[in-house]
Unconditional design. Structure first.
Ligand code: MG
Length: 257
């Protein structure tokens, strides 16, 4: 498990440097869009900018590959009735987002992301084949390197695709790399070289000891998507490193109490 040692150091540094002194780091889920300041949309450039402007620790966002090899930031597999994996970017971009933006490419998103020091929590969405999954990882790494963002203190990876996490563990061991599905105990992931978990909060009701067990192995613990004060408090008390939320202001207020 040699590759894991620098990964642990990097992720602990990353989280330590970014999280609130007295609680978990605040990760805005798909940017900060649930606010009244401007008309906003999840995973838009505007929602990323809002998260940056409010100074949250980081922003989570979802990346898919189109059939013509463009990486796009969008949550669902289907946009305006078109399956992203089988549609060209030009077709997908014909209809704007509800806030008027063109569907953001990963490159446009990273250009905005580069404008602040906040963390970019990049979710690699499952693809239609292993080849496409590998192509998405290659694309993301290339785009990050081109922007001097291939840095563990600026970017971390999350995915529901265990194989993607396993490949990143080998290829980018210095980065925080969290598995999302919530169905694997920390020890098992650690044995695969994966250095973090980002699980739905229900997983931590079923297995509250997973937080401590992950920490004992030097793994980072993130949790999604936590929007109530009661749930936030439960997870703060459990000692998670990061909370991903649609209500980042609510979490900030709670941490500042
Ligand atoms: Mg996501």
């Amino acid at each position: 498990m040699k590759i894991f040692v620098p990964a642990v150091a990097a992720l602990l540094l990353t989280l330590a440097s970014c999280s609130a002194q007295n609680g978990p780091a605040i990760c805005a889920h798909r940017g900060f869009w649930k606010c009244q300041d401007v008309p906003n949309e999840q995973n838009s450039l505007a929602s990323l900018k809002m998260s940056q402007d409010y100074g949250f620790w980081g922003s989570e966002f979802d990346v898919h590959l189109t059939v013509d090899g463009v990486a796009v930031v969008y949550h669902d597999d289907i946009k305006d009735g078109m399956l992203i994996h089988t549609t060209t970017y030009e077709e997908l971009a014909q209809k704007p987002l509800s806030n008027g933006e063109v569907l953001p490419t990963l490159e446009a998103y990273l250009d905005q992301g580069k404008l602040s020091k906040r963390m970019l929590v990049l979710e690699l969405k499952p693809e239609s084949s292993r080849e496409q999954a590998d192509a998405l990882i290659d694309h993301c790494i290339r785009a990050l390197k081109e922007r001097d963002l291939y840095r563990p203190d600026r970017v971390m990876f999350i995915s529901f695709d265990l194989e993607m996490c396993k490949r990143l563990a080998v290829e980018a061991p210095e980065f925080t790399n969290q598995y999302l599905e919530g169905n694997i105990a920390p020890e098992e992931l650690h044995a695969m070289g994966i250095n973090g978990i980002d699980y739905h909060y229900i997983a931590f009701h079923k297995h509250p000891d997973w937080v401590e067990r992950a920490h004992k192995l030097g793994m980072s613990v993130n949790v999604w998507t936590v929007d109530t004060v009661e749930e936030m408090q439960y997870l703060i008390d459990l000692g998670v490193d990061c909370i991903t939320t649609n209500e980042p202001l609510k979490l900030r207020d709670l941490l500042n109490r």
